[in-house]
Design a protein around this ligand. Structure first.
Ligand SMILES: [Zn+2]
Length: 229
C-alpha cells in the first residue's frame, strides 16, 4: 500500500534519514495482532493479512526492541455481534465509552484463532501484551482500551525501557494500528507507521479516515526499506 498524504514523499525521506542515524536503543518495533483469526480463513480475516508476515520477520531482525500485541478476548466479549441479539457483524452500536463496531467472534483466549500466525518468527521480542481481556470493553490500541483512558501498561513499559520512538506494523491498519499510533502520539512518543507491513480491513471508510488521522497528527507512513534504516 502507498501512503497518499500529500507530504508523504518528503516525510519518507526525512524519516529514512532519521532512521539511519537513530540510536536503535530508543526505538521499538510494535507488531500488532498477527494472529490466525486476522489472516485469510480466520474468523475476522483482514484481506491479504498474511502477506505482512515475512515483511515483519525481516523488520524484526533490524530492531533490538520488539513488542508483540495479541488480541485476547474472553468468550462472549461485548465487541462480538453474537453478544447483541438483533445485531450483525460490522454494525456499530453505542457502548458506555462510545461507538463500537461489532465483530464476528474472534481471538478467544486460548483458541487456535488467537494464536500468532505460525510463520511469525521474532524470537527476541521482549514483551507480548494482550488486550481486550475485559469482557465489557474492547481494546484496539496497544496502549489504551477503547475508552482511551484505561491503560494496558505498555506506556509504562516503554518509558521504563527508555523508548522514544515507535515503529508500528501489523493488523489491521485502520483499527489496532491506527488507535495505537494515535495513543502513542498522545503519550508523546514519536510514531512511524510501516505501511507495507500493514493491511487494512476497511469498514465504513475506515482506511480513508486512518490516512486523514495520520496526516493530521503528522504520523509518517514509510516503507520497509526506510524503516530498516
Ligand atoms: Zn478483538
Amino acid at each position: 500500500m502507498i501512503c497518499r498524504t500529500p507530504a508523504a514523499t518528503t516525510k519518507d525521506q526525512e524519516v529514512k534519514l532519521a532512521a539511519a542515524k537513530a540510536n536503535r536503543d530508543s526505538d521499538v518495533l510494535i507488531v500488532v495482532d498477527i494472529q490466525n483469526d486476522f489472516c485469510p480463513s480466520g474468523a475476522l480475516a483482514v484481506p491479504r493479512g498474511d502477506e505482512v508476515v515475512p515483511i515483519v520477520n525481516r523488520l524484526g531482525k533490524t530492531f533490538r526492541n520488539v513488542v508483540l500485541t495479541q488480541d485476547w478476548h474472553p468468550a462472549e466479549h461485548l465487541s462480538f455481534a453474537s453478544a447483541h441479539p438483533g445485531h450483525a457483524p460490522y454494525d456499530t452500536i453505542a457502548m458506555p465509552y462510545g461507538p463500537q463496531v461489532l465483530w464476528p467472534d474472534h481471538c478467544v483466549q486460548g483458541t487456535p484463532g488467537a494464536a500468532f500466525h505460525s510463520g511469525l518468527h521474532i524470537p527476541h521480542a521482549g514483551l507480548v501484551i494482550r488486550k481486550g481481556i475485559d469482557r465489557t470493553i474492547d481494546s484496539y490500541s496497544a496502549l489504551y482500551e477503547n475508552d482511551r483512558a484505561t491503560p494496558t501498561g505498555l506506556t509504562g513499559y516503554l518509558r521504563e525501557r527508555g523508548i522514544k520512538r515507535l515503529f508500528l506494523a501489523g493488523l489491521a491498519l485502520d483499527f489496532c494500528v491506527r488507535y495505537s499510533a494515535e495513543d502513542a502520539v498522545r503519550e508523546g512518543f514519536a510514531v512511524v507507521v510501516i505501511e507495507d507491513a500493514c493491511r487494512g480491513i476497511d469498514v465504513q471508510g475506515s482506511v480513508a479516515a486512518t490516512r486523514l488521522s495520520f496526516a493530521a497528527l503528522g504520523v509518517p507512513c514509510i516503507g520497509e526499506l526506510a524503516a530498516a534504516g
